[in-house]
Design a protein around this ligand. Structure first.
Ligand code: NDP
Length: 283
């Protein structure tokens, strides 16, 4: 099995283990990169209303001539769209921009304290109506997940969190494992910052794989779904080619030991992310 590998989520939906992230990709570059990813066998695309590129992703999907059922499209509701009715409307706008009549996965992008519970109710409604195959969350801490569990009968199938060798999120992952919530990584390469880490470089030389492939393999062996971005065809290919080697238990532990609890984004509990501006988003 390779890039076509999928994991079965709590509700039975099968999600690609390696998805293509499109944060920061815009316009023609986004279309080109998504098409390159399709050519390299990726079928999962991770976008968000916030990224301002759902239209471009939609253009790439259309140009690919791939059948919709073979794709796995994820999008997310942004903070300024949260709340029950606002979320239902935001979802329709995402569908329109993406040129599709359903999503495979819809996520709450950040837990906005006073809104995420009713936002979740809106996601539940979309799920029960069959407009989305699976619903989940992103950047949720354990207490957010516990609140959802108390007030809802639908468990998020995914928690998409910042995860890389310098932020290994052990406790949160352990909690998600117990609850059968699949963890997915955002910025698994820490936007390239972990690739010069001496431990990663040393293991890369030992196993004959690139530092990026070592990091991505480490994520997969932790049972974490990948969302990885590149705008370069060679690197898009490289990031998909992570299924023909295995890290040993010792190598896994060496990489775990790189943890510094070092984040690209602030901790979701410390400073609510209330950015009202949505760069490049239309409509
Ligand atoms: P990544 O960790 O995927 O790193 C992307 C960066 O690494 C780019 O600069 C890319 O450069 C470089 N890169 C990619 N592959 C390689 C390689 N093989 N060798 C060397 N350098 C490489 O960061 P992202 O922040 O993009 O995260 C991935 C995805 O996660 C996003 O695109 C988005 O979909 C999602 N995300 C979700 C968030 C959330 O809050 N839910 C927050 C942030 C991201 P180049 O393009 O030049 O190859």
């Amino acid at each position: 099995m390779g890039i076509e590998s999928r994991v079965t989520l709590l509700n039975g939906v099968k999600m690609p283990k390696v998805c293509f992230g499109v944060f920061k990709l815009q316009g023609d570059e986004a279309v080109q990169s998504v098409n390159d990813a399709f050519q390299c066998g990726y079928r999962g695309i991770d976008t968000a209303s916030y990224y301002g590129n759902e239209e471009a992703v939609g253009r790439a999907i259309k140009a690919s001539n791939l059948s919709r059922e073979d794709l796995f499209i994820t999008s997310k509701v942004w903070n300024d769209e949260q709340g029950y009715h606002a979320t239902l409307q935001a979802f329709e706008r995402s569908l329109e921009r993406l040129g599709t009549d359903y999503l495979d996965l819809y996520l709450i992008h950040w837990p906005v304290p006073e809104l995420y519970q009713e936002t979740w109710q809106a996601l539940e409604k979309l799920y029960h109506e069959g407009k989305v195959c699976a619903i989940g969350v992103s950047n949720f801490e354990r207490h957010h997940l516990e609140t959802i569990a108390k007030t809802s009968s639908v468990t998020p199938v995914i928690n998409q969190i910042e995860f890389h060798p310098e932020l290994i999120q052990e406790e949160l992952r352990a909690y998600c494992r117990v609850k059968n919530i699949q963890v997915a990584a955002w910025s698994p390469l820490k936007r390239g910052k972990v690739l010069s880490n001496p431990t990663i470089k040393a293991i890369s030389e030992r196993v004959g794989k690139s530092p990026a492939q070592v990091v991505l393999r480490w994520c997969l062996q932790h049972d974490v779904i990948l969302n990885v971005k590149s705008s370069n065809l060679e690197r898009i290919k490289e990031n998909a080619d992570v299924f023909d080697f295995e890290l040993t238990r010792e190598q896994m532990a060496e990489i775990d030991a790189c943890n510094q609890d070092s984040r690209l984004a602030h901790h979701p509990d410390h400073k609510p992310f209330y950015d009202k501006t949505v760069p490049g988003r239309k409509g």
